[in-house]
Structure formats: C-alpha cells, structure tokens
Design a protein around this ligand. Sequence first.
Ligand code: PGA
Length: 257
Amino acid sequence: MARTPIIVGNWKMHCDHLAAIQLVQQLSYRLDPKDYDTSELVVAPPFTALRSIQTLIQGDDLPLGLGAQNVFWESEGAFTGEVSPAMLAALHVAYVICGHSERRAMFGEDNQDVGRKVRAVLAHGMRPILCVGETLEQREAGQANDVVVRQLNGGLEGVQAAQMGDVVIAYEPVWAIGTGRTALPEDADEMCGIIRGHVGDVYDAAIAGDLRVQYGGSVKPANIASLMDCAHVDGALVGGASLDPDDFATICRWHRL
Ligand code: PGA
C-alpha cells in the first residue's frame, strides 16, 4: 500500500485564537485541491485555538486536519491544568503530538509517560504522532539508534498491531529543532529506515511497510523536496516555518518543487 505523505504544522506556543484563524485562512487561500490530494495536511495550534480552528475547518469545509500538541492520559478527574483525550476528541482533533522533545526536555516527560499518552490517544479514536530523536551528545557518542529504539519501545508499549495503522512516528533529532540545522537527507532517511525496521521487528513487515514516518527539525521550503525524495520519509513535522503561510504552503506543495 502506498503511504500518503503527511505534513503537520506544529505551531508550538504561538498564535492566540484570533491569530490562529488568520493563519489558517491565509494558508487555505494558498492551497488547492491537488495539494490536499497529494498529502494529508494538518495544523496543530495551541489548545486555546482548537475550538476556533475546528469551527473554521467545518464552516469553510477545509480538507485540513486538526492536531493537538499534547494531551494527558486520563479521561477526566482532579488534574488541574491538564487536557484529556476525550476533550480533544470532542473537538474533532484527529492527531495528537506525543512526546515532543520540548516536552521531554522541559516538562519531564519520560518514555513511560509518552506511552500512556499514545495509548490514550488511540483509545479515544485519534492518531498519535509519536516523536523520537536523539540529542547532539547522544549522536556524537554513537547512541542515536539506541536512544530512538528505546523511545519507540516506550512510546509503543501496549499498542496492538491492529492500532498501528493509526500511528505516525516523527523522527526529530533534537539538534535540528529550531536551530536551522537540518539533518542531511541521507541521515534522516537512514534513521527513518531504522525506525521502520524496528517496527517491522516488533510487529511485522506489512505494518512497517504501511507506517508513516515523518522527519522534523528545521524543515523549510528550501529543503523539503530533498527530504521528501527519501524512500523512508513520508512527510514532515514543521515548527517555525509553519507560522509563515507562504513558507508552510510551499512546504505543503512540495510535490510541485
Ligand atoms: P522546527 O521545529 O521546524 O522549528 O525546527 C520542529 C518541531 O519541533 O516539530
């Protein structure tokens, strides 16, 4: 089965709900049906903008997917400040980014937490984007593969084979995020291939063959085409460049470059 590429804009902590509406409108003016046919296109605004963007997507019938940047694993309860998977599902959120390196580094999420989030997202009928990736120190110490495999094992713990079609993996080397330093396409391809191979070992070859693996880390209009050329790269998780409607639209239109 051919894998449909998936391009996701991770807005991080940018855009209140008004700015978010503007950004999606500007983006939608720049995209046409061919773009949506070629790749699945998703925006992941902050929590406070989800409802506004959901309404805009529905009202204007935009073929754009809605993503969230984080979630807690419990359905409800005394968890001050947290947002549950049920709440996101009620907003028609389709994708939830789990275990982004900023959450791991700044908010103490470990592989077990990330696994709980992935399972909760799947249990609520949404699709997790499981982020994995090594730091520069780990890469230089030759530990990149081990780190990524550990993150995969933790993040996918308890995920059944039948659920794997809903899982997206994002390989985001920490040293490439927000630094302007993109991984070389061959390095991105190699690690995305290792991820696919590991999923093949844990599940089976058919599941690995269908798995979508994104690259993330300083994806820009200038480098998207060479990344998308890689056999194992099925899309991009885009931070900074997703805040500029021209840049993000160009990235979404990679097939025309
Ligand atoms: P960047 O962020 O594109 O700004 O490097 C990517 C990400 O953190 O998902």
